[in-house]
Design a protein around this ligand. Structure first.
Ligand code: CA
Length: 219
């Protein structure tokens, strides 16, 4: 997949380009509107990501000219001004989607993938059970960031897919086989995880089984 990204803020552009490349997306970058339009008409891209406020030509002007030329490459507009007016103008000009700044690169990738109707690479890193969704890359459970040990525990529980896993197994996985980890540690982390799950409103629960271990249960 190859995209064109037109963005004049250097630091933002560098960071986003770096993350896109890391996720297997080839990206051409333009720092101003004229260069962006030039690249857009002389290359074939799977998607074009346009900032609105740009030197020389605005993102909306680029988009209008592309559509005049019957170029139907999917376009995602970006804007720091999270105003409805911008959004409406962008969509009126033929944008396929709109993302307000600041945004996370994962959001941008999700939008690109949605536009191209391709399975998201990111989804490979999402583990789910019931209404729980754990993002391995970001270490978040339903959007809430976890500590490293909480993350390891929920990861094992989700992978167990409702089967009971013992405290010994968890201790081994989290502190290493030959550690002197205490059962109580596990309980502390389990209670923290339960708190997170309550806070995110998850119906799935962690059930303890006679002190033997834990499992996830869909309620
Ligand atoms: Ca800008």
């Amino acid at each position: 997949m190859r995209i064109l990204y037109v963005e004049d803020e250097k630091f933002l552009a560098d960071a986003v380009c770096h993350n896109l490349v890391k996720n297997g997306i080839d990206v051409d970058h333009s720092a101003d509107g004229e260069d962006g339009l030039e690249k857009a008409v002389s290359n074939s891209y799977d998607c074009i990501v346009l900032d609105i406020m740009l030197p020389k030509l605005s993102g909306i002007e680029i988009l209008e000219r592309l559509r005049e030329k019957k170029n139907s490459t999917p376009v995602i507009m970006l804007s720091a001004l999270a105003e409805v007016e911008d959004k409406v103008r962008g969509l009126d000009s033929g944008a396929d989607d709109y993302l307000a700044k600041p945004f996370k690169t994962v959001e941008l990738i999700a939008r690109i993938n949605a536009l191209l109707r391709r399975p998201s690479k990111m989804s490979e890193q999402i583990l789910t059970f019931g209404d729980l969704s754990y993002d391995e890359k970001r270490k978040t459970l339903n959007g809430t960031e976890l500590t490293a040990k909480e993350a390891k525990i929920i990861c094992e529980l989700i992978k167990a897919n409702g089967r009971l896993i013992s405290k010994e197994f968890l201790l081994g996985r989290i502190w290493g086989e030959d550690s002197y980890g205490d059962d109580n540690y596990i309980e502390v982390y389990i209670s923290r995880l339960r708190k997170v799950m309550r806070e995110v409103g998850a119906r799935t629960q962690i059930k303890a089984s006679r002190g033997l271990g834990y499992k996830l249960v869909e309620m």
